[in-house]
Design a protein. Sequence first.
Length: 137
Amino acid sequence: MGTDDAAPDETLTETELEALHEVELGLEWLQRAQGELIEFHHATGHGMDHLDLAESRLRESGHEALADALRQEVLPHGVVDGDRWSYDVLEDFQDTILTEIEGFERRTREELAGGRRHVLERRQERRWKERADDRER
């Protein structure tokens, strides 16, 4: 990295730096939420796979009424509102708030810091390195 790489934070006020940092953190937390939704989607799918297997095992062991209940009432049932499945929830999240915040975060970085990411952290890193260099002298 050249010396120009660290420059954006020197032209921003503390409040602008903090605002940019909070937008970046907001995006990062929403990305983490996406990960949780992916985990939810996979866990739901695994649970449904086990219930599908249970249906055939119940049927094999002569428990037709229980097998029928799984096949007709549980397995076709969505996880939200009775008809929306876990992938619907994940896709809606990705296509709405996550996409919107990704665009907003990119716009904020462009307008405030010329597109640079983690400007506040770069400043902190540079200050810690300078402090370490001062101590060595």
